[in-house]
Every structure is written in structure tokens, then in C-alpha cells.
Ligand binder design. Structure first.
Ligand code: TMP
Length: 213
């Protein structure tokens, strides 16, 4: 799917799993090793997709149906892939994305109530067989994750205001996806301290991609 040294890596997981911090760490390690790195996030990553992010994350749970959320996510994703991710991979860069398609499968599909096969069909319609080379599933007990979220001095988005069983469902769904796609997914224990988490991530990259870092 990707050319030359280009790699597409996504980071997934529940709220407060430390994805953003780990993406920054890995980005620095890769740049130090001489690679071009593009860091992006979903929903978002382009000015238009960031506007969609504000629409879909703002307000209260129930503002959008899960199907409407799915459509908004894929509208934003389509533009991000077309204008940022594919061009970056074509010039040989590494793309690190804070969330990607598994988030829709998990949040709108398994936990949100849209039939997961319908989410997969929409993915095929919009992007075809376009998927990350590696997906890190940052696994943490939802209670610990939500404690980290509440410790941040930021307003909660509508996904962070949901009932605790929603987060249990998202965690289980991520673990099921990792089991069914072991070649693409790597589960990382995100409850460890950030340095150890980073070491585990780098080890997976070395083992799976045979790259010296
Ligand atoms: P985060 O970037 O801080 O993780 O917040 C993004 C939120 O959006 C998070 O709660 C998960 C949610 N989300 C979905 O529900 N579906 C999606 O497809 C994506 C990309 C994110």
C-alpha cells in the first residue's frame, strides 16, 4: 500500500490512554533517525476536518445519532486521506495518526450500535482497501483513563461525557479487533509509565518492520 520507506501508523484506544504523548515521542525518534514524519489526528487534521471535529465532538451525547457521527467521521477522513495522508505516503514519509478507521468501527459500530459490517462497507466505499501498516491499541482500564481525562484542565467533549459501560464496550471492541487482526494490530499496556510505553512501541516497530531506530 505504501511506497519505499513510507509507513502509515495509527494509534487507537479509549479516553486518557496517552496516544497524543506517545505519537510525539515516536515522531521525534523517527525524525532523529532521518525520516520525514507527518503527524495527524482524527477527526481533524485539515482545517475543514477540524471544523467537522468541532461539530461532532461539541455539545451533549445524543446530539447526533451514531450513524450521523459515522458519516461525519468518514467525510472528514476522506478529505484527510486524499489531501494529507496519501500524498505524504507517496513521497515516502511516515504518517502517525491519532485515531483512524478503527475508532469509527468501535465508537459508532460496536459501542454505538451501527452494524459493524455497515461501517466496514462505508470504509470500502470511501477508501477501498486503505489501512494502516501498524495500529497500536493503547489499552487501559477505562476508570484509570477517565481519571486522566478529568485531571486535564480541558472541557469534556461529548464522548467523554458518556456512561461508564460505553467505555467498557469500546475497550472490549478494540481488544477483539486486535485479536482478529494480529498482523496489523499491537496491544500496548498504556497503564505503564510513559517511558516504558514508548519503549514497547519502538520494539514493535523494530520487530515488525525490521527498522533500526
Ligand atoms: P480524542 O482525539 O481526544 O481521542 O477525541 C476524539 C473522540 O472522538 C474520541 O472520544 C473518539 C471519538 N471518535 C469517534 O467516535 N469516531 C471516530 O471515527 C473518531 C476518529 C473519533
Amino acid at each position: 500500500m505504501t511506497k519505499g520507506g513510507a509507513k502509515f501508523i495509527s494509534f487507537e484506544g479509549g479516553e486518557g490512554a496517552g496516544k497524543t504523548t506517545q505519537i510525539k515521542f515516536l515522531g521525534e525518534i523517527l525524525r532523529h533517525a532521518g525520516h520525514e514524519v507527518v503527524i495527524t489526528r482524527e477527526p481533524g487534521g485539515t482545517p475543514d476536518a477540524e471544523a467537522v471535529r468541532d461539530l461532532v465532538l461539541g455539545g451533549e451525547p445524543g446530539r447526533w445519532s451514531a450513524k450521523e457521527e459515522m458519516l461525519l467521521m468518514y467525510t472528514a477522513r476522506s478529505q484527510l486521506v486524499r489531501t494529507i495522508i496519501r500524498p505524504a505516503l507517496e513521497r515516502g514519509a511516515w504518517v502517525l495518526s491519532d485515531r483512524f478507521a478503527d475508532s469509527t468501527l468501535v465508537y459508532q459500530g460496536y459501542a454505538g450500535g451501527v452494524d459493524p459490517d455497515e461501517v466496514r462497507k462505508l470504509h470500502d466505499l470511501v477508501l477501498g482497501p486503505f489501512n494502516p501498516d501498524i495500529t497500536f491499541i493503547m489499552d487501559i482500564d477505562p476508570n484509570s483513563g477517565m481519571q486522566r481525562v478529568h485531571a486535564r484542565a480541558e472541557a469534556l467533549n461529548q464522548f467523554e461525557k458518556r456512561k461508564s459501560n460505553f467505555y467498557e464496550m469500546t475497550r472490549n471492541a478494540y481488544l477483539d479487533i486486535a485479536k482478529s487482526e494480529p498482523n496489523r494490530c499491537a496491544v500496548i499496556n498504556a497503564a505503564q509509565d510513559a517511558t516504558k510505553v514508548s519503549m514497547d512501541i519502538v520494539q514493535v516497530i523494530k520487530d515488525r518492520l525490521g527498522i533500526a531506530l
